[in-house]
Every structure is written in structure tokens, then in C-alpha cells.
Design a protein around this ligand. Structure first.
Ligand code: B1M
Length: 208
């Protein structure tokens, strides 16, 4: 079933992905396993095909829509019931970058783990993070970037936060981002995946 889910995702068959996710959940497969062995590997395989010019942007967009639909089905199951709010997190994909699947997954996992989320969407300019952090009283700013050309924007956000004298830690992540890069730009935290982002942000907010 999880292999079929990968195929349906790659083919951009939204209704089929939704029904396979429903079926897996009904059959007792854990939401995390559906993510880790169904949806995410499907997207990774598609990424490889994209790189080899075997598929193009329209196919990737259709698959992304199927992925979002699958994630929406999983969201209630990733949530932990009865967890008290652990802090407010402002999240967004950096300026120039339109990839939002990973960012949405991080937001979803944070929400499911008791954080309140202010989601700024994609292509977010540094000052927007600052405004939202001030307005919401955020405990952390979370930045996502998927392109080597846009990850440099993370440095601009870190610098803007410092320049404004805002005492809000900045946590970064996304496929091209590494712990080393996070350290080099002076970010307060880094996570390689959504589950680690929950741990990292939780640890940073708790330590404040
Ligand atoms: Co684009 N794209 N894309 N794309 N795309 C990549 C990223 C690429 C690796 C594909 C490839 O060449 N193999 C490549 C980047 C190369 C590079 O920079 N090194 C690429 C490119 C080149 C481009 C365009 C430039 C293509 C073009 O126009 N010629 C263009 C750029 C547009 C723009 O942003 N300005 C483009 C466009 C698109 C679409 C719009 C078609 C679509 C995005 C749709 C959408 O997001 N709504 C798209 C997609 C879907 C991809 C791939 C195939 C899949 C990305 C994805 O959603 N992965 C991707 C190839 C790949 O990654 N294998 C690719 C699944 C998602 C769950 O993973 O986002 O990595 P990810 O998130 C993970 C972790 O990274 C982490 O947690 C998540 C889950 O555990 N994480 C965080 C993410 N954010 C975090 C924040 C954190 C912590 C962890 O803390 C705050």
C-alpha cells in the first residue's frame, strides 16, 4: 500500500493518494510511517526524476498538490491531544523560494505538538518575519529554504533580527541547509527534518 502510495504521488493522482492514505490509516498504519515510507520517499523519487529531466514542473506541481492532500489527511493523526501551548512560532519559506511542502510539514508537526503557528507562507521578506514575531510575541522564528540560491536569505533574516534587537531565536532548515551553514550564519538552531524541528524548537523555547 505504501509503495502504491509512492506511485500515485509520483503520478500526481490526488484522489488516489487520499484514498490510499485513508486506507492505510483505517488499516492501523501509523501516520509517521505513512509519511516516512509513503509520501516523503515518493516526493524524493520525483525529485530525482526532476533532476534527470524525466519529469518537468507541471508534473511536479500536480504531485505537490497530491502530497498536500495526503498531508492534510495525516494532520489530525499527527496531532497530540491535550497538549498545552508550548509557545508561538512564526514560520515561512524565505524570500524568492516557493517550496512549501516541507515548511507545511514542519508547521503541521509543531501544531500537533502543542505550538501555536503563525504561517507566513512562501517568498517571505525578512521584515515580514520581524513584524509577525513582534505582533505575535513569538518564541521562535522558523525559516525554510529548498534552493541553494535562496538559503542565503536566511542570513539576511538572522541579521535583521539582530539589527532590530529582537530577542527571538531563529531556527533554520530545508534540504540544502546544514548545521554547519546554520552556525556560519549565526542561526540559533537547525533541524534536518520536521520531527527534529519540533525537538529543536521545543528545546530552544524551553531554555529561554
Ligand atoms: Co523545486 N527544486 N524548483 N519545485 N523541487 C528542488 C528543491 C530541487 C532539489 C529539484 C532537483 O533539482 N532535484 C531543485 C533545487 C536545486 C538546488 O537549489 N540545489 C529545485 C529547483 C531547481 C526548482 C526550480 C528552480 C525549477 C525551475 O524553475 N527551473 C523552481 C524554483 C521555484 C522557486 O522556489 N522560486 C522549482 C519549483 C518547484 C515547484 C513549484 C514545481 C515544486 C514546489 C511545490 C510546492 O512546494 N508547493 C517543486 C518541488 C515539489 C521540488 C521537489 C521535487 C520536492 C520538494 C519537496 O516538497 N520535498 C525538490 C526535489 C527534492 O527535494 N527531492 C525540488 C518533500 C518535502 C517534505 O521535503 O521540503 O526537503 P523538504 O522538507 C523536509 C526537510 O528539508 C525539512 O523537513 C521536511 C520534512 O522532514 N525542512 C525543515 C524543511 N523546512 C524546514 C525548516 C526547519 C526544519 C526542517 O526549521 C525551521
Amino acid at each position: 500500500m505504501l509503495a502504491a502510495m509512492q506511485e500515485a504521488l509520483i503520478a500526481g493522482k490526488k484522489a488516489e493518494v487520499e484514498s490510499l492514505v485513508d486506507g492505510a490509516l483505517a488499516g492501523g498504519v501509523a501516520a509517521a510511517r505513512i509519511l516516512d515510507e509513503g509520501l516523503i520517499p515518493g516526493m524524493e523519487r520525483l525529485g530525482e526524476q526532476f533532476k534527470r529531466n524525466e519529469v518537468f514542473i507541471p508534473e511536479v506541481l500536480v504531485a505537490a498538490r497530491a502530497m498536500q492532500a495526503g498531508l492534510a489527511k495525516l494532520e489530525p493523526h499527527l496531532a497530540k491531544a491535550g497538549v498545552k501551548p508550548r509557545g508561538i512560532v512564526v514560520i515561512g519559506t524565505v524570500k524568492g523560494d516557493l517550496h512549501d511542502i516541507g515548511k507545511n510539514l514542519v508547521a503541521m508537526m509543531l501544531r500537533g505538538n502543542g505550538f501555536k503557528i503563525v504561517d507566513l507562507g512562501v517568498d517571505v521578506a525578512p521584515e515580514k518575519y520581524l513584524d509577525a514575531a513582534r505582533a505575535s510575541g513569538a518564541g521562535a522564528i522558523a525559516l525554510s529554504a529548498l534552493l541553494t540560491t535562496t538559503m542565503v536569505q536566511m542570513k539576511n533574516v538572522v541579521e535583521a533580527v539582530k539589527k532590530a534587537g529582537l530577542a527571538v531565536p531563529v531556527v533554520v532548515g530545508g534540504a540544502p541547509v546544514t548545521r554547519d551553514y546554520a552556525d556560519r550564519i549565526g542561526a540559533d538552531g537547525f533541524a534536518p527534518d520536521a520531527a527534529s524541528a519540533v525537538e529543536e524548537i521545543g528545546r530552544i523555547i524551553a531554555a529561554r
